[in-house]
Design a protein around this ligand. Structure first.
Ligand code: AMP
Ligand code: ZN
Length: 470
């Protein structure tokens, strides 16, 4: 039984899909106006873990993920500047170019982290028709009103509007008051469609039944695209915890207004990542992205390992020290895999078979208990150290666990040191023996440039791949 915490009911619930054996899952995607930072990476790695655990339990998963390439304003409300247009102006590029560039970066980052590609990726700008139709449906059902700057959603028409966050209505209203729009009937009301202001030329705008030119509000895209691809009964909807009080609360309201029922059964939210104990922000210069990881010679999968060491509902504090520790742990794991690949198969006795079963059961019980990955990792390390399990069985079990961990353990091959590097290492030894330490150091540097590092041990020099040493 796979249990997962549902933000809506505030309880762990057994996953019972609408259609037996099939899970429809919608993932709130990136706003593609800037780099994919460490916080995003954590949320999407954890979402990937959720998908993998569903698959490990035998469910077929259809994951739909959007790309927000229009409509998301600064401050997540209705009055700030448009993130895409502002980024385009700053970079002296078109909003379309910016979107394309950061979408590419996002998916490349996800690939490096072994995050499975969604079954369907859908861009907001390619679903304007569906969004307009949905707004029209809500309009017909009496949930909307028009102001001088757009079509708004009347949140008082939803009787349990605050159910997802569980926050008292006046607290939600207070949060919404940050931005003052005198024409809004209630502070929590939000725009469904915005009109392009007079005298402004936007790069992204479309004709609509309400005004000549305009663009969608931020929340409408997710309601429109999730229902288009998954129907109006959806098993799981995912996102970061910041989405609970505004974006997902409003999405839920839209769904109810359009269909008469809540649409999503289970809301899955990831806690935020902090960097060196602080919120991420450009001014604090702690806004790291994949380039920073690679520039410091870390394997991106070390980052995935680091994310696995924390529970998705607890906030995680990223430090370069913790990444270093994660990379050492991952390398140890890879070493175990390499060793078990090369060692001879040892016949598995009955005792050993019972042990393997126990490991499997423990692992399953932890991942099925609201994705307890730290405990699942602990089971794996116990297995790694267990002398009573043969290398072959260890390898098989590690490969099986890695269907969930996604650390690419199956692909770990014995490191092959290139001939050129081997020759250089030999040459360095000759220099050293001759007392030419300057020459030896020069060769060491050359080896380093080729991506390998020499470690002097009692048994002589040992060569390792650079990324494996931290
Ligand atoms: P955005 O592009 O801002 O909509 O963010 C994309 C996803 O990343 C959303 O699900 C956010 O909740 C999530 N996210 C943004 N910042 C962080 C962070 N610091 N830690 C974890 N998740 C984050
Ligand atoms: Zn969304």
């Amino acid at each position: 039984m796979f249990k997962i915490y549902n933000t809506l009911s505030r309880k762990k619930e057994v996953v019972k899909p609408i259609k037996a054996g099939f899970v429809g899952m919608y993932t709130c995607g990136m706003t593609v106006y800037d780099h994919t930072h460490l916080g995003h990476m954590r949320t999407y790695v954890n979402t990937d873990i959720l998908r993998r655990v569903l698959e490990y339990n035998g469910f077929k998963v259809k994951q739909v993920e959007n790309v927000t390439d229009v409509g998301h304003l600064f401050g997540d409300r209705d009055m700030g500047k448009d993130k895409m247009e502002a980024a385009a102006k700053k970079a002296k590029k078109s909003a379309w170019e910016i979107a394309k560039m950061y979408e590419k970066e996002f998916f490349e980052t996800m690939d490096a982290l072994n995050v499975k590609r969604p079954t369907i990726v859908c861009r907001a700008t390619e679903h304007i028709k569906e969004m307009i139709e949905l707004v029209k449906r809500m309009e017909k059902n009496g949930f909307t009103y028009k102001t001088s700057d757009g079509i708004y959603f009347d949140t008082t028409k939803i009787k349990d509007y605050n159910k997802l966050s569980g926050m008292p209505l006046d607290k939600l209203r207070e949060g919404a008051r940050v931005e003052i729009n005198p024409e809004k009937r209630n502070p929590t009301d939000f725009s469904l469609w915005k009109f392009t202001p007079k005298g402004i030329k936007r790069q992204m705008e479309w004709e609509s039944p309400w005004a000549k030119k305009g663009f969608p509000g931020w929340h409408i895209e997710c309601s429109a695209m999730s229902m288009k691809y998954l129907g109006d009964r959806i098993d799981i909807h995912t996102g970061g915890e910041d989405h609970i009080p505004v974006h997902h609360t409003n999405e839920r309201a839209q769904n109810i207004a359009a269909t008469g029922h809540p649409v999503v059964n289970l809301w899955f939210h990831n806690a935020f990542l902090k960097v060196e104990g602080r919120k991420m922000s450009k001014s604090l210069r702690n806004f790291f992205w994949m380039k920073d990881i690679k520039d410091r010679d870390f394997d991106p999968l070390s980052l995935r390992y680091l994310f696995l060491t924390g529970h998705y509902k607890a906030s995680l504090n990223f430090t370069w020290e913790s990444l270093k520790a994660a990379s050492i742990a991952l390398e140890k794991l890879r070493q175990t895999v390499r060793e078990s690949q090369t060692k001879q198969k040892v016949g598995s006795g009955e005792k050993s078979l019972i042990k393997i079963k126990q490991y499997q059961q423990k692992f399953l019980s932890h991942i099925n208990d609201d994705l307890n990955m730290p405990k699942a990792l602990a089971v794996m390390w116990k297995l790694v150290k267990d002398k009573n399990v043969s290398p072959q069985e260890k390898y098989n079990l590690l490969s099986d666990f890695d269907r969930v961990f996604g650390l690419g353990l199956e692909e770990v091959k014995k490191i092959k040191i290139p001939q050129r590097v081997k020759k250089l290492v030999q040459l360095r030894e000759e220099y050293r023996k001759a007392g030419d330490f300057k020459g030896a150091d020069k060769v060491r540097k050359e080896v380093l440039e080729l991506g390998y590092k020499i470690e002097d041990t009692k048994e002589g020099p040992k060569v390792k791949k650079k990324e494996n040493i931290k």
